[in-house]
Design a protein around this ligand. Structure first.
Ligand code: FAD
Length: 470
């Protein structure tokens, strides 16, 4: 099909927001076309984000464990080496399998797929320059913009994807750099810094703000930073990058205190710029149809994901809210449900966030700082993994569970977990929060022994009463 017949729904962008919206729309009986310029589905997340980074985090973790931890468990290896090419090949295989998997899902769900760059001609027509050099016009009653985001550049720092890389280049280095400087201590910088640090690079993280991952609960963040420092990561906080020189062999980075002061020079083989992401709408023709954006280029939508232009919607990283794949997916489903005359719902206050380092840090709901700022009276329950039997059994007992609940009602307000598998543990808390559960509700659920999840139960007990094991 050319996609030129009128669709009920046209989705521009095949990332987690767009491809999920397209599949859901088709499942709801709407004739749907998805336009993607990359030539592969899955967007930033699958191609150059979540998936390749998790592949490399896992592979580099295995190497690091083999080198530094296996012996503690009585497993002796005579030598351990990194084969970077093989590591990259495993990552690439994971990405291409998953990408093809989504194409398969499109076929199964009868979503029409047009490979090319889409731009609005009118609020119901998208002209596409197809990647095979042709062009076509795709018409739709409802058009969903799911064009996602792109790397945010830093003034004066030109990304060449060799010596000065974005996260995309950092996922495909051909050699392990001796020294890697990471600009920006958000989750992407810390994850990529962890990958290369485990493989042997000396990592220095330069951050303008006073803290790493500013959205994190401060108490958990402090423990997290200490843990990363123990692993060898160096932090230069409250520090501003003022110049870059790539003329020599490596890179010379000139920095100064954020508040101004004496300049110093840092040297590295590779510099990773991970100072955030910016909504991507280049060439889309938003002005032509008059779609409103905010000061930083995010498309403004109402609670039904509708823009100010009738029939045009937007979801995912290109609109305000957490810039995360699972949030984009939820947006996609809810947006299409509204279009189909049903009711959709996404609560941005209950979107879990995970940093996939070692240990992982995961959270859902409010931080203690946010609860304080709201003026709510609250209780805190904490439980360290040092007192959790499974964590001790596997000799991996760093971290804690911290639960915040309203003092009067015991209603859970936020949960923060630092643990090797925090990204999986957090969902019990996400369900509890979604169901307006109290900490006692969690504590009274029978948890299997011995599991790391028991620490969540114990932290819940500590919130309204007393834990057993500490
Ligand atoms: P995108 O995934 O950016 O997809 C948009 C798509 O639209 C792109 O494929 C683009 O080519 C296409 N497009 C744009 N304009 C046009 C056009 N005019 N015509 C046709 N096609 C167009 N999030 C998590 O939740 N967990 C993680 O672990 C995680 N790790 C990350 C690691 C890294 C290194 C990075 C960079 C990001 C990570 N993210 C993670 C964030 C996640 O990738 C994004 O939040 C998510 O991809 C947003 O989905 P989206 O569908 O809104 O946009």
């Amino acid at each position: 099909a050319s996609g030129s017949d009128e669709n009920d729904v046209v989705v521009i962008g095949g990332g987690p927001g767009g491809y999920v919206a397209a599949i859901k729309a088709s499942q709801l009986g709407l004739k749907t076309t998805c336009i993607e310029k990359r030539g592969a589905l899955g967007g930033t997340c699958l191609n150059v984000g979540c998936i390749p980074s998790k592949a490399l985090l896992h592979s580099s973790h295995m190497y690091h464990e083999a080198k530094h931890s296996f012996a503690n468990h009585g497993v002796k290896l005579s030598s351990v080496e990194v084969d970077l090419q093989a590591m990259m090949a495993q990552k690439d295989k994971a990405v291409s399998n998953l990408t093809k998997g989504i194409e398969g899902l499109f076929k199964k769900n009868k979503v029409n797929y047009v490979k090319g760059y889409g731009k609005f001609v009118s609020p119901s027509e998208v002209a596409v320059d197809t990647i095979d050099g042709g062009n076509t016009v795709v018409k739709g009653k409802h058009i969903i913009i799911a064009t996602g985001s792109d790397v945010k550049s830093l003034p004066g720092v030109t990304i060449d994807e060799k010596k000065i890389v974005s996260s995309t280049g950092a996922l495909a280095l051909t050699e392990i750099p001796k020294r890697l400087i990471v600009i920006g201590a958000g989750y992407i910088g810390l994850e990529m810094g962890s990958v290369w640090g485990r493989l042997g690079s000396v990592i220095t993280v330069v951050e303008f703000a006073a803290d790493i991952v500013p959205s994190m609960d401060a108490e958990v963040r402090k423990q997290f930073q200490r843990s990363l420092e123990k692993q060898g990561m160096k932090f230069k906080l409250k520090t501003k990058v003022v110049g870059v020189d790539t003329s020599g062999d490596g890179v010379k980075l000139t920095v100064e205190p954020a508040a101004g002061g004496e300049q110093t020079t840092l040297e590295a083989d590779v510099v990773l710029v991970s100072a955030g992401r910016t909504p991507f709408t280049a060439g889309l023709g938003l002005d032509k149809i008059g779609v409103e954006t905010d000061k930083i280029g995010r498309i403004l939508v109402n609670e039904r994901f509708a823009t100010n232009v009738s029939g045009v919607y937007a979801i995912g990283d290109v609109i305000p809210g957490p810039m995360l794949a699972h949030k984009a997916e939820e947006d996609g489903v809810a947006c299409v449900e509204f279009i189909a005359g049903k009711v959709g719902h996404v609560d941005y206050d209950k979107v879990p966030g995970v940093v996939y380092t070692t240990p992982e840090v995961a959270s859902v709901g409010k931080t203690e700082e946010q609860v304080k700022a709201l003026g709510v009276e609250y209780r805190v329950g904490k439980f360290p993994f040092l007192a959790n039997s499974r964590a001790k059994a596997i000799d991996n007992a760093e971290g804690l569970v911290k639960i915040l609940a309203e003092k009067d009602t015991d209603k859970i307000l936020g949960v923060h977990i630092m643990a090797p598998n925090a990204g999986e543990l957090i969902h019990e808390a996400a369900i509890a929060l979604q169901y307006d559960a109290s900490s006692e509700d969690i504590a009274r659920v029978c948890h299997a022994h011995p599991t790391m999840s028991e620490a969540v139960k114990e932290a819940a007990m500590a919130t309204y009463d007393k834990p057993i094991h500490i």
